[in-house]
Design a protein around this ligand. Sequence first.
Ligand SMILES: *[C@@H]1O[C@H](CO)[C@@H](O)[C@H](O)[C@H]1NC(C)=O
Ligand SMILES: *[C@@H]1O[C@H](CO)[C@@H](O)[C@H](O)[C@H]1NC(C)=O
Ligand SMILES: *[C@@H]1O[C@H](CO)[C@@H](O)[C@H](O)[C@H]1NC(C)=O
Ligand SMILES: *[C@@H]1O[C@H](CO)[C@@H](O)[C@H](O)[C@H]1NC(C)=O
Ligand SMILES: *[C@@H]1O[C@H](CO)[C@@H](O)[C@H](O)[C@H]1NC(C)=O
Length: 425
Amino acid sequence: MRLTYIFSFILLFGAAMLVLFIHLQNPAELDQQQIPGFNIGLKTPKKDGTSSNQDGNMMEKAADKLLKINQMGSTYPLHRLPVMTSGRRQSNIRFLITDNEKKRIKMNPIRPYKQRKRFLIKKNPILIAMNSSIVSFSRLKDDGRNGSWKRLYEIQRIRKKLMQDVCSKYKKSSRIISPYHVSRIFVEDKHRLLYCEVPKVGCSNWKRVLMILNGLASSAKEIEHNTVHFGNHLKTLDDFDQKGIYHRLKTYTKMLFVREPFERLVSAFRDKLKNTNKYYHSVFGKAIISKYRRNATREALSTGTGVQFKEFIQYLLDVHKPVGMDIHWDLVSRLCSPCLIDYDFIGKFETMEEDANFLFHLIAAPHNLTFPQFKDRHSNEARTTTSIAQQYFAQLSSSERQRTYDFYYMDYLMFNYSKPFEDLY
Ligand SMILES: *[C@@H]1O[C@H](CO)[C@@H](O)[C@H](O)[C@H]1NC(C)=O
Ligand SMILES: *[C@@H]1O[C@H](CO)[C@@H](O)[C@H](O)[C@H]1NC(C)=O
Ligand SMILES: *[C@@H]1O[C@H](CO)[C@@H](O)[C@H](O)[C@H]1NC(C)=O
Ligand SMILES: *[C@@H]1O[C@H](CO)[C@@H](O)[C@H](O)[C@H]1NC(C)=O
Ligand SMILES: *[C@@H]1O[C@H](CO)[C@@H](O)[C@H](O)[C@H]1NC(C)=O
């Protein structure tokens, strides 16, 4: 009798705890856990039409880009050091960075780090991904070049098919798109274009194109590198509210450009670690040298310059990285979420001009628009080519090469790049 009494009490108590537990769990978060644990900061949507150029907005935007990736236990630092070289020629363009903005940047370039917490508070899935395929042959207008458009269209079809096949084979299907997933997608409303930025794949020039299409500039020459990246003239998709995001994803042409992963990696290494770059040297260089170089000189430890490619790869492959990943060497398949966002157009760095022209045709861009060929930084240094990349990879052991290939395998597979070395499997 007494035993039954105690037993039913325990049962009741258990049921109460269960109810409490369910109540505390946000169903949105349960969903969230299915995609590799991203923490997302939901922003209050800006009112449309407000100038995104206002003082303070820029840093806020930079802070918005700081996203923490749980799964890797790593953080994205601000990928671009907002330092303005004071002696530099100012472009005569009408949307120059204001003096006020400059002051803020000079005063406190790393400030966004401290704001990170703010963006980790709440996360909500915002919409369900859906299929759309904007690019269809019926939209290709006859201009006497049908043959070449047809061929390029066919190439796009094959690239998209492969991407979808790889996604359905390897990626757990989650249909939830969160602001994080669209935070790297730039918006051009006039030609209804969405561009997912992949660093080291001509992204500065693509942003210039977007600004021209948008009527913010009449030619690429006028737009300086700093204006492109820090000017905050282009909106990203997470600047819009849920309805705005959904509408654009559904009806705009969504595109991204990819590049051979090893070449992209070498390009990032040369730009950020081999060449002078205060920010990358002090954040990544120092950490890499102190962890992977034996007998490091005091000078190397304090400046972070002179990181060797081999040391950089040791960092990249380390499961306990001393500093987090960075967008310049992260996978395209993570930066742009191609398994979630059904891109209409996949361009390749290797065929940049041809692909860009085809895209311009598809979105009915002005006829005089051509893809700019600027090399922004270290413009007198040769662009990273296949042979330059091979020279760097020759400095590694075959096991390091293999593990680096494994690291980027998803990008190799998804974008149909062939093995860069014979001995890889
Ligand atoms: C998306 O495509 C898949 C397969 O092609 C189809 O089963 C599904 O119904 C489509 N979803 C929408 C929202 O169109
Ligand atoms: C191009 O294709 C359109 C239909 O898609 C056709 O009407 C036109 O005759 C073609 N032009 C040439 C030059 O092949
Ligand atoms: C392209 O043409 C437009 C007018 O249609 C003009 O305003 C613009 O300056 C031209 N751009 C270039 C790069 O020539
Ligand atoms: C580090 O320095 C010590 C003494 O200068 C030397 O004996 C040792 O071989 C060096 N180790 C490496 C890995 O260079
Ligand atoms: C990958 O590219 C090669 C040419 O480099 C081509 O022959 C092959 O069909 C492509 N594979 C897929 C699945 O698209």
